[in-house]
Design a protein around this ligand. Sequence first.
Ligand code: TMP
Length: 305
Amino acid sequence: TTASSHMDDLMSRILSDESVLRVKDVENVRRKISRILEGGVEKLHVISDFDSTMTRHFREDMSRNPTCHQVLSSGRMMSPELIVPSTNQFKRATEELYKKYFPIEMDTSLTIEEKMPYMVEWWSKAHELVIGQKLTKNDIKQMLVDTPSKLREGMAELIIQCKEKNIPLLIFSAGVGNIIEELLQTNNLLFPNMHIISNVMQFNPETGICDRFRKPEIHVFNKSEVTVRDLPYHDTIENRPNVILLGDSAGDLQMSKGISHEVCLTIGFLNLEIEKRLDAFIELYDIVVLYDGAADVVNWISEKL
Ligand code: TMP
């Protein structure tokens, strides 16, 4: 039948090159994908992390493709009252935070519980620094011009497929929603089927200056505590029991926790420290995409829907 030939075609594509994609449990992946195909577009929604998942981790020259927070901290400051030395101090301070806390986020010898207090500390210090910069909405636009962050290969196609097939796409990020929105908007990739849950900079209505972040703060390991249940977005996914989840860390698997579902196919992007983290990563995610690779596998599935 067509359905089974679709499945064979998909599985052979997924398993064809181990230097690009890894699957621990082939039968499990086959089962999940066939249920997703049987359910069709009406039963599916997608949940994705943003930094290093929707965006690439590395640029072509292997320097870091900036995260939302790095866009905020490396952009040229526009507020006239800010003098250059304070901008440089801010950059240095946020870089120091990154150097201190990112290795803790990545450390395979620590448990999520052990990392948690450090992440809370990182996010609250980083947001304090951002607030200290007295940024306006216009500064955000300019920062993305100065410090662009690139989407992962295949991601624009995925966003467009979701839009055309009316598949809800939830972006669930410990980054900064204002940056995510602006980045997607300038790429003409922000559509009504999408919803962003992230940290949000709030601007004082009188001064136009960012003076706080919306609570609760979302860091890499509390994604399970933030829920869509009370949001209007929940209505759009309520009768969609099949999920494709995209992430790049153990914490991202928590994104589907607050959402009831029958099938959750997880795709993990293993971008760096491949040899060291591969064994653990393959246990976490159904399909592992190696070396900061393309999001094509998700497009292959949605093309068959
Ligand atoms: P994600 O949930 O969209 O992956 O975003 C979180 C990433 O942001 C995480 O990997 C660490 C990074 N980050 C920075 O680069 N700079 C910062 O100041 C903070 C707080 C986080």
